[in-house]
Design a protein around this ligand. Structure first.
Ligand SMILES: CC(C)(COP(=O)(O)OP(=O)(O)OC[C@H]1O[C@@H](n2cnc3c(N)ncnc32)[C@H](O)[C@@H]1OP(=O)(O)O)[C@@H](O)C(=O)NCCC(=O)NCCS
Length: 245
């Protein structure tokens, strides 16, 4: 299975840290430079003059604040570079139903941005039929949020996990968002946080089971996912790639 992930970390020099880590299926933000407490980025951290947005893309965020525009631009530049790696020529990546990105024909992909970090993952759908990626700060969720986003069995499981410097509740949240991003292009409806049950395991993997009537993808119900996670540079990163078989 081959897919490409491009990540960019705000706060470093122009030659931003980017890594492609196909073995572990995860983007690693740059090491060194930037601290976890950097102020929100207000400029794109990749040189946008080298990767101008298409006018249709510019129009999507014309009214947005500078921080949002910077993140949006960086994520699109990452996506464009990742698409180039799989042989796709540059095309506008617009926003479709429920906010999902519209990838070129024959491509599965996903994007994420959080404070200080953006990434995009893409693959040919002959190899990968669904992709999800999400980044979050490695910090506990605000009080009250775990009870809203997690099912009872998930909360019980979280409480049993070892103390390892991982904000497990945030990791669960990220894994759920990754499930949604991978599931949505097939399911095509909003998926509530309680409509999937996810177990994050200390070995850097997670498994998810979606509890709604499954959509059919290439003749098979899309119900179960397995993903990977890592914690690096103050970030929690989760990915899912469903292999075409
Ligand atoms: C859509 C959502 C997952 C985005 O996550 P987030 O942490 O807020 O933001 P991220 O930066 O990681 O991801 C944003 C990107 O996700 C992508 N995205 C948005 N909606 C999407 C969808 N329906 N399907 C797939 N990808 C989507 C877009 O590329 C977006 O980038 P953009 O804002 O520049 O267009 C989140 O806002 C949301 O609505 N969650 C509720 C649904 C959910 O997660 N359910 C869990 C089921 S177990």
């Amino acid at each position: 299975m081959a897919f490409h992930v491009i990540g960019a970390k705000f706060g470093l020099r122009d030659d931003v840290a980017r890594r492609i880590v196909p073995k572990v299926n995860l983007p690693l933000p740059g090491s060194g430079g930037g601290s976890d407490r950097e102020p929100p980025a207000t400029k794109c951290c990749v040189r946008p003059q080298l990767h101008p947005l298409f006018p249709e893309e510019e129009a999507l965020n014309a009214q947005a604040v500078a921080t949002r525009r910077a993140e949006f631009t960086t994520a699109l530049v990452c996506a464009r570079e990742a698409l180039a790696k799989i042989g796709c020529s540059p095309v506008p990546i617009l926003t479709g139903e429920w906010g999902a990105p519209c990838w070129p024909e024959g491509v599965a992909g996903s994007m994420t941005h959080c404070q200080g970090y953006c990434a995009a993952a893409v693959a040919r759908d002959s190899e990968v039929i669904a992709l999800g990626i999400d980044a979050e700060p490695n910090e506990p969720l605000p009080d009250g949020v775990p009870g809203v986003i997690a099912r009872r069995e998930e909360l019980t499981f979280l409480a049993s996990l070892p103390v390892l410097g991982v904000a497990w509740d945030r990791l669960l949240f990220s894994a759920k968002e990754t499930v949604y991003k991978a599931w949505f292009p097939v399911g095509r409806r909003f998926l509530d946080f309680h409509e999937a049950t996810v177990a994050v395991l200390p070995d850097g993997t997670f498994v998810a089971h979606v509890l709604v009537t499954p959509p059919i993808l290439r003749g098979k119900p899309l119900t179960n996912f397995s993903g990977r996670w890592t914690v690096v540079d103050g970030l929690v990163l989760t990915t899912i790639a469903v292999e075409a078989q």
